[in-house]
Design a binder for this molecule. Structure first.
Ligand code: SF4
Ligand code: SF4
Length: 252
C-alpha cells in the first residue's frame, strides 16, 4: 500500500499545555497571529455541570485523501505528494489568491503575509528531511500525537492504526468529507466544528487548467508565468487575507 503520513491522536492524553503550538510556531517561523496547529476544547461550563472530564482535541492540516484545497487551487501550486501523501504548496506557483484557504473545512491554511503565499502544516518537512519528527510530536509531554506512515504497521502510527482501525475516528463535515489522515483514539472531543468547504465559482475552469494533462499542453513555464502575473496583481492590490475560521491559533 502507498505510503501515507498521518497522525493518530489520543485526545484523552492531551492536557492542553499548548507546547505543540509553540514548538510548531518556532520550528516553522510561523508569522504574526498565524498558527499551523491547534487544540480544540468543548464547552467547559457544560462539562463542569455534567461533572465530565474535559477533552482537548489536538489538530493540524489533515493531509486529506480528498483535499478540497487541492481542487480549489487554480495554478496547481497545492498538490498531494505521491511519495508520502502530504499535501504541499509549491510557493513558486502560488499566487496568494486565497481560494485554498476558503476551501479547507478545517481552517488549516492561512496567508503568509511575509511570503505573500498560502501556508500550512507540512508535517515539518525541513525537520523530516534531517530525520526528525514534526516539532509538535517531539514536544508533546504526554505523547498524545503519534506520527508516521499510517499504512506501515512497522512504525508507531501504523501500528496504532492496524490495532484500532475500526475504533479510530475522523473529524469531518458531512457535506465536505475530505477523508482526513488524522485519526483520533478514544473520546475525540468536539466533532461538529469543521465547516462546509467554500469552492471557487469558476472552479471547473481552473481545475482543468491545473489538470496534469492540461499542464502538458500549457507547459509548466506557462503556469509559472501565470503564477508570476497573478502574484504581481496580488502584491499590487495587497488585500487583507480572506476571513479565517477563528480560534486560538486561528481555531476554536
Ligand atoms: S486539512 Fe485542509 S489544507 Fe489540509 S489537506 Fe485537508 S483540505 Fe487541504
Ligand atoms: S503538546 Fe501534547 S499535551 Fe500539550 S497541548 Fe499539544 S497535544 Fe496536548
Amino acid at each position: 500500500m502507498a505510503k501515507q503520513l498521518g497522525m493518530v491522536i489520543d485526545a484523552g492524553l492531551c492536557i492542553d499545555c499548548k507546547g505543540c503550538m509553540a514548538a510548531c510556531k518556532v520550528a516553522n517561523e510561523v508569522p504574526g497571529d498565524n498558527w499551523r496547529n491547534w487544540i480544540k476544547s468543548g464547552d467547559m461550563d457544560l462539562r463542569a455541570q455534567k461533572r465530565g472530564r474535559m477533552v482537548f482535541q489536538p489538530g493540524n492540516c489533515m493531509q486529506c485523501d480528498k483535499p478540497t484545497c487541492v481542487s480549489a487551487c487554480p495554478t496547481g501550486a497545492t498538490y498531494k505528494s505521491k511519495s508520502d501523501g502530504v499535501v504541499v504548496i509549491d510557493r513558486g506557483l502560488c499566487i496568494g489568491c486565497g481560494q485554498c484557504i476558503k476551501a479547507c473545512p478545517y481552517g488549516a491554511r492561512y496567508r503568509n503575509d511575509k511570503l505573500k503565499v498560502a501556508d500550512k502544516c507540512d508535517f515539518c518537512a525541513s525537520r523530516r528531511a534531517v530525520g526528525l519528527e514534526p516539532a509538535c510530536v517531539s514536544t508533546c509531554p504526554t505523547k498524545a500525537r503519534v506520527f508516521g506512515d499510517l499504512n506501515d504497521p512497522a512504525n508507531p502510527a501504523g501500528k496504532l492504526m492496524a490495532a484500532n482501525k475500526a475504533k479510530a475516528t475522523q473529524v469531518v463535515n458531512a457535506q465536505s468529507n475530505t477523508d482526513p489522515n488524522l485519526y483520533y483514539l478514544g473520546e475525540a472531543g468536539l466533532k461538529s466544528w469543521p465547516v462546509k468547504a467554500q469552492m471557487p465559482g469558476a472552479f471547473e475552469f481552473w481545475k482543468n487548467l491545473a489538470d496534469p494533462a492540461v499542464k502538458v499542453v500549457v507547459g509548466l513555464s506557462g503556469l509559472g508565468v501565470l503564477a508570476m502575473l497573478g502574484k504581481q496583481l496580488m502584491l499590487k492590490n495587497d488585500a487583507p487575507p480572506p476571513e479565517e475560521h477563528g480560534e486560538e491559533g486561528g481555531h476554536e
